[in-house]
Design a protein around this ligand. Structure first.
Ligand code: 13P
Length: 288
């Protein structure tokens, strides 16, 4: 299967009651670990790429080349989307031009009318190329690549209006935040989620900040229409932890343990385990 839009995989997830993972990637090791694991589990996947990660990897075209070529080399058969995460207005058009198959335009920091107008422009450009679009209503808390949200709850009326634009999926703040959750976190607001679901005509909903949300809350969110769950920090933590253990055990000093193919291996294996756990929790194994 080629690299595809996220639209069909999310509609299938919405209809069948599971969620597709968006796993954010940062480099070759991240991309390879995710692709190998989803192929092993026969799960669809969305590879999330923030503007900062794209810049780090060498630009949008490098990202598309990396994913496309690894996908072919590893003989991946499951549906894979390359998705811009929290795209700016300009970044959305650049990623589209470079061959991304899915775009999140995050206009949540604009006044609602401007977010709506810009979202419509991005949808028109993307849909003309068969590319799916995610919009955001009500900012997501925490900090991601310098974009700082305050964790507000989305207004269901704004969600209704955005959902009616023909957008393929949309993220709404329901108390979720990026990064680790603080000890005094109040949890997801299911009343707001249920209201949003009622007024948005079955458009797949996206839950950002997937790191550290307890399993029962994830399952309840899926039952209320969440069809895509984003996970980023958890892989970074797992990678860093496994790499630290390898070095602290002095393994880099034994034989050729300093070879990056060995040094980065425990981190890669740790990331694969996080992806396996998420796919089991989200219910997307064997749904490719
Ligand atoms: P976490 O880093 O909290 O997993 O959030 C990821 C995310 O929402 C990407 O958009």
């Amino acid at each position: 299967m080629a690299i595809v839009s996220a639209k069909e995989m999310l509609l299938k997830a919405r209809n069948e009651g599971y969620a597709v993972a968006q796993i954010n990637i940062n480099n070759l090791e991240w991309t390879k670990a995710v692709l190998q694991t989803v192929e092993e589990l026969k799960s669809p996947v969305i590879l999330g790429v923030s503007e900062g990660a794209a810049k780090y990897m060498g630009g949008y075209k490098t990202v598309v080349g990396l994913v496309q070529n690894l996908h072919d080399f590893l003989k991946v058969t499951v549906p894979v989307a390359i998705h811009l995460d929290h795209g700016s207005y300009e970044g959305s058009f650049q990623a589209l031009e470079a061959g991304f198959t899915s775009i999140m335009f995050d206009g949540s920091h604009y006044a609602f009318e401007e977010n709506l107008a810009k979202t419509k422009e991005v949808i028109a450009a993307c849909h003309a190329k068969g590319v799916s679009v995610e919009a955001e209503v009500g900012s997501i808390g925490g900090e991601e690549d310098g974009v700082i949200g305050t964790g507000e709850l989305a207004d269901p009326e704004e969600c209704r209006v955005i959902a009616a634009t023909g957008v393929d999926m949309f993220a709404a703040g329901i108390g979720n935040i990026h990064g680790k959750y603080p000890a005094n976190w109040k949890g997801l607001n299911f009343e707001v989620l249920a209201e949003i679901q009622k007024v948005t005509n079955n458009v797949p909903l996206v839950l950002h900040g997937g790191t550290g949300i307890p399993g029962d809350m994830i399952q309840k969110a899926i039952s209320l229409g969440v069809s895509k769950i984003n996970v980023n920090t958890e892989l970074q933590l797992a990678f860093a932890d496994a790499t630290r253990k390898y070095i602290e055990a002095g393994k880099d000093l034994e034989s050729k343990g300093f070879d990056p193919r060995k040094l980065l291996n425990p981190g890669s294996e740790a990331m694969k385990q996080v992806v396996r756990d998420k796919i089991a929790l989200f219910g997307s194994a064997n749904k490719a």
